[in-house]
Write a protein that binds this ligand. Structure first.
Ligand code: ADP
Ligand code: MG
Length: 264
C-alpha cells in the first residue's frame, strides 16, 4: 500500500543550517499494516511522514501509494489518499464550527465542493454511530462547537475526520503526546479501534515505547535519517521497553533522552 524507496531530504542545502534529515529511507507497508515509529528528537520521523504527505518535494527517491507513483504530486493532490493527525489538539478541527459540521467537511474531502454542504439526516445518523466508537460521549453533543471540547476530545474527533473517507495511508505524528496519560490512552484506544475496523495502513510516531510496543503489527526505529530497526510479527509481540532502550543505545550511541518513553 505504501512504498518509500531510498528517500533523501536535505534542508537548507549549501548553507550553515544544512541538515541531512533523511538519508536513504526504505519502507514498504502492506495493506493494513499498523507500524509504530520511534526514535530520538531530530531522528527524521516527522520528516519521513511529511515526505509521504508531500509537504515539499524530496531530493531523490520514490514514493508509491497503492501502486501510484506520487513522488511528483504536491500535498493537496495527495490529500484524498492520506489522513493525518498531528500533536497539537488545536489543529485539525475548526473551533467555531459544530462537531457535525466538522465531520461534514471531512466527509467531502477529495470531492468537489458543493454549496449545499448542510448535514443530511442520513449523515447525522452515520456520524452518531462513528462518534459512539470513540467512547467519549460526543455522539450526544453533535451540535456543540468544537472549541468547547477538551484536547483529548478534539484529537479523537480529528482522528475520526482523518478517517471518515477511508485514507490509503493514515499518518499519526505523536497525536497523543500533548494529552494527559489517561486521555492519551483513550485516544489511543480509539485509534486502535478505527485502524482495526477499517483495516487502515498506518504509520504512528510515538515517544512512548510502551505504546509503540502495545500497538500495531510492526515497529521501526529511526536514527539520523535512517530506519535502523524493523521488527514485526512474533518478534514484535515479545518486545520489551528494555529491549528498545538497549537497541536505542546501540544505534544512537547514547541513552534515550525522554522520560516519557518510560511512563505509562
Ligand atoms: N522544515 C524544516 N526546515 C529545516 N530543518 C528541518 C525542517 N524539518 C525538519 N528539520 C530538521 O530535520 C531534522 C529531523 O527533524 P524531524 O523529522 O522533525 O525529527 P523528529 O524525529 O523529531 O520528528 C531535525 O534536525 C530538524 O531540525
Ligand atoms: Mg517529530
Amino acid at each position: 500500500m505504501l512504498e518509500v524507496q531510498n528517500i533523501y531530504k536535505t534542508f537548507n542545502p549549501g548553507t550553515i543550517n544544512e541538515k541531512h534529515a533523511l538519508n536513504g529511507v526504505n519502507l514498504t507497508l502492506e495493506d493494513g499494516d499498523f507500524c509504530t515509529v520511534i526514535g530520538g528528537n531530530g531522528a527524521g520521523k516527522s520528516t519521513m511522514l511529511n515526505a509521504v504527505a508531500g509537504v515539499w518535494p524530496v531530493d531523490s527517491g520514490r514514493i508509491v501509494i497503492d501502486g501510484e507513483d506520487v513522488t511528483g504530486l504536491p500535498d493537496f493532490k495527495r490529500a484524498a489518499m492520506i489522513g493525518r493527525v498531528f500533536q497539537d489538539p488545536m489543529t485539525g478541527t475548526a473551533a467555531t464550527m459544530e462537531i457535525e459540521e466538522n465531520l461534514a467537511l471531512a466527509a467531502r474531502r477529495g470531492r468537489r465542493r458543493s454549496l449545499h454542504w448542510g448535514v443530511t439526516r442520513k449523515e447525522r445518523a452515520e456520524y452518531r454511530e462513528k462518534l459512539k466508537i470513540l467512547n467519549l460521549g460526543l455522539e450526544d453533543r453533535m451540535t456543540a462547537k468544537v472549541g468547547l471540547l477538551s484536547g483529548g476530545q478534539r484529537q479523537a474527533l480529528t482522528l475520526l475526520m482523518a478517517t471518515l473517507v477511508k485514507p490509503k495511508v493514515l499518518l499519526l505524528d505523536e497525536h497523543t503526546a500533548a494529552l494527559d496519560p489517561k486521555t492519551a490512552e483513550k485516544v489511543l484506544n480509539a485509534t486502535e479501534t478505527v485502524v482495526n475496523r477499517d483495516h487502515l495502513t498506518t504509520l504512528m510516531i510515538t515517544h512512548n515505547m510502551k505504546d509503540a510496543i502495545a500497538h500495531g503489527n510492526r515497529l521501526i526505529m529511526m536514527n539520523e535519517g535512517k530506519i535502523v530497526l524493523d521488527i514485526r510479527g512474533e518478534a514484535k509481540k515479545n518486545l520489551t521497553v528494555e529491549d528498545l532502550l538497549h537497541q536505542f543505545a546501540v544505534q544512537a550511541g547514547e541513552e534515550f533522552a525522554s522520560d516519557k518513553a518510560l511512563l505509562g
